[in-house]
Design a protein around this ligand. Sequence first.
Ligand code: SUG
Length: 446
Amino acid sequence: MSAEEINFDGLVGPTHNYAGLSEGNLASARNKDRIARPRDAALQGIAKMKRMRAMGLAQGVLPPHERPNIGWLRSLGFAGSDREVWARAWETEPTIARTALAASAMWAANAATISPSADCADGRLHASVANLQTMLHRLLEAEQTERALRRLMPDEARFGVHGALPPHDALSDEGAANHMRMAASAGAPGIEIFVYGREAHGARTQFPARQTLEACRAVARRHRLSDGRSVYALQAAEAIDAGAFHNDVVAVAHERVLFHHQDAFADKAGLYAEVGTKAVGLFEPVFVEVPRAAVSLGDAVSSYLFNSQLVSVPGAKALTLIAPSEVRENNRASAFVREMIAAPDAAIGAVEYVEVRESMRNGGGPACLRLRIVMTAAERAAAAPGFFLDDALGRTLEAWVRKHYREELAPGDLGDPALVDETQVALDELTNILPLGSDFYPFQRV
Ligand code: SUG
């Protein structure tokens, strides 16, 4: 069946800042307490979405979450008006306060795992919200993400939206960042590859391994995937310990192509063989490996070469890599890309560099910012149209950002109670721009 891959990007929220919250994410640690530029961050994200659309690709947008998360702070015993809750939390529990402020829902690749209907036994498109339980600030995202995905895909006859798995260490799930799909084309039946860093109660890496095998299998069962077209691959421990806290820091797949670092997987040969066997009759897989001699794991992590989007631009024979501008600035990564795209019959034949520097400084590249949802024409028609980017929505979102977002947020600004009002006013207005409804955000429901 014909279908289209749609990138839904997380809109960067007004409290974007650098809190150093993610152990094992080297950029997050390195940039802790740096002055953030929320307005630039959001505009960079919107510019990327517009650029994708200009290339002829369908593009959607997902809303930021309410931050600071006043409801969560109340559940921890803070009381008073919303402003008072924030001021008290900031004064007495700064670590908790910064957790409640994180704009991390922008990294939509962690929102959920998506299985297109062509892969699912019941013929529905399935989405499992990720529990993100490894990092406290990210654990707070699941409830609101589920609300957003239900607004986007309301028709239960076509869409199976599942809430997050129970948030426990044994069922640790980071969504699409640890999931890849290969297929002849978007609408054809595909092979779904789940990438995990450990088994429940299994051996530990130095940095947290955020995805368990048990979580992957649970998602596959919920989505009613067939064993014959599912693959489970273990991340290399050395990749996690070098800063690949998600698989999408060292690998990305699209259609027949898997682009990955030599040291991404614990058993690369086993992965190739299993994908090859399971793809028989469906497609001929193409593995594009980047040798460590050309680009070290360190260069892969610092440049985010693999956190690129791989896309099929209409009319182009080969795939296009949408890479962060940091790749262009890294001699080894950019030299590799130049050679790769120049090769005759290259599977990846073009590169476009995008500027998402504010997000990158927290460890979120172009691929982190988007959740891919493959939809058939009928599914797209059943989805809420207001989430799809067009020229008018792009302009409205830019104007909304310019009106409401601060240019700078320094650590010393974050305790300002005015930030609570500012963000609530902005998000309230956003519920009239995107089809969210006037009760979407928790502050709108009290
Ligand atoms: O979970 N950074 C995010 C980055 C997520 C990137 N996503 C993908 N690879 N798909 C994380 O570590 C840092 C927030 C801070 O430190 O302020 C943060 O949450």
